[in-house]
Design a protein around this ligand. Structure first.
Ligand code: SF4
Length: 417
């Protein structure tokens, strides 16, 4: 098969994996090709919001497993092919030199024993790093069930590894991916977490730090393939952040790839994925708890309004927040004021006064925040909506930042995947 045809098949097969954003690596450039530090890596996005600044491909779409939600499952009748490590290394360097990509995201179907699959991914990273002097970002799939020696080796060559947990409960895994074992996947995460900690401790003692997963580990959760609630999904994500030190959990809306009766016939609304990312952000950076965001284990996120606005509307007793005196955590609860806005308000208060006129200069939009604040004990808007009107004002994405648009990336134009 021609290389171009392989690329088309294996890049197309990789597009369902959302766990590829490249932020967070601090791998230093040592005179080779490329750099993985944040300034050297930029992102572009597909129309549905997924990152494509990396060459995102599968090593092989041949898979022994039969996960019902996956187009590469063994029972699916599709064209199958595999790269060699050398082909991927040459493609990566060629695209990098043409300025198409900043790095590589390499996953694979389980075409053989986990040790063999992990070994091929490692060989590819080694070729890039050693033979081509590539210092750019490399994200490899951690193949659950491979031996510890191989997992450690992968962590030394890659910037990030991701073991995908895919479904939030053992029951869901058993129903749709019975050959997968949640405990084995969690075992891989635990091994990587311990390796990262150990590396940090030993590098503090010896002042030498071999690059052991400088961008940490991530995972992906598929949303809408089962009827698991948003509360269940977010509870798992929250626990993975806390217990496994994950850098990111990616939420990927299920794409119907089968008429299997165990699966829903339609995709969940993409808005659900978007709301989960917003809730995830509140958990990690805004000090919200799961119980703040969702009331019970069965709860789902409100698709019409973002979870921060939803909390504000459920807690009218908390508002208005007086910007001259409120503490940082309180200001952060105001819809329309983010982490940077709250920091700016606190720092502006130290040197001068905060008033309704200079809020715009601090990056605060009164259109959103104005309904929830006072400045010098006065509401900054002439007319403030009541609770009922607020929901209508913020519903259906009104007053939300615009979604990301497709960039018509040159790699997509050239290879049509
Ligand atoms: S193991 Fe991965 S590639 Fe294979 S069927 Fe399951 S999800 Fe798809």
């Amino acid at each position: 098969m021609e290389l171009q045809e392989k690329l088309s098949i294996l890049a197309g097969a990789a597009k369902y994996d959302a766990s590829c954003a490249s932020s967070g690596s601090k791998r230093a450039s040592s005179g080779g090709l490329g750099a993985a530090n944040p300034a050297g890596v930029c992102h572009s996005w597909t129309g549905d919001g997924r990152c494509i600044s990396l060459l995102k491909i599968l090593y092989s779409n041949v898979c022994r497993l039969d996960c019902a939600y996956c187009m590469n499952r063994v029972s699916n009748d599709i064209a199958r092919t595999s790269f060699t490590s050398d082909e991927i290394a040459r493609l990566t360097i060629s695209f990098y030199k043409r300025n198409y990509i900043e790095g590589l995201f390499l996953s694979s179907g389980i075409f053989a024993d986990p040790d063999i699959v992990m070994g091929r991914l490692i060989d590819t990273a080694k070729l890039l790093r050693r033979d081509h002097g590539f210092q750019g970002y490399i994200h490899l799939k951690a193949i659950p069930g491979c031996g510890d020696r191989l997992m450690r080796e992968a962590a030394l060559w890659a910037d990030r590894l991701s073991a995908n947990i895919e479904l939030p409960t053992a029951t869901s895994l058993l129903a749709l991916a019975p050959q997968k074992d949640g405990q084995t996947i969690l075992g891989s995460m635990r091994f990587l977490r311990d390796g990262i900690k150990e590396n940090e401790t030993s590098s503090r003692q010896t002042r030498r730090r071999p690059p052991f997963l400088p961008a940490g580990q991530s995972t992906q959760l598929i949303v809408g393939a089962t009827d698991d609630s948003d509360a269940l999904i977010l509870r798992l994500a929250n626990s993975l952040y806390k217990k496994m030190d994950l850098r990111r959990v990616y939420y990927s809306a299920y794409v119907p790839v089968s008429t299997d009766a165990r699966l829903p016939g339609v995709a969940p609304p993409l808005k659900r994925e978007h709301r989960l990312y917003q809730a995830d952000w509140l958990l990690r950076f805004y000090g919200y708890s799961i119980d703040d965001i969702l009331e019970s284990a069965e709860s789902r996120l409100d698709l019409d309004i973002d979870p921060k606005v939803a909390w504000a509307l459920r807690h009218p007793e908390f508002f208005p927040v007086e910007l001259r005196t409120a503490d940082y955590e309180r200001i952060l609860r105001v819809p329309g004021i983010g982490v940077i806005g709250a920091q700016r308000i606190i720092s502006a208060r130290r040197s001068s006064s905060v008033n309704a006129e200079n809020l715009g200069k601090l990056g605060i939009s009164l259109k959103r925040a104005g309904h929830f604040i006072t400045v010098n004990d006065r509401p900054p808007l002439d007319r403030r909506c009541g609770q009922n009107d607020l929901r209508a004002l913020f519903a259906d994405g009104k007053n939300e930042p615009a979604p990301l648009k497709s960039t018509n990336h040159p790699l997509q134009r050239e290879f049509a995947f």
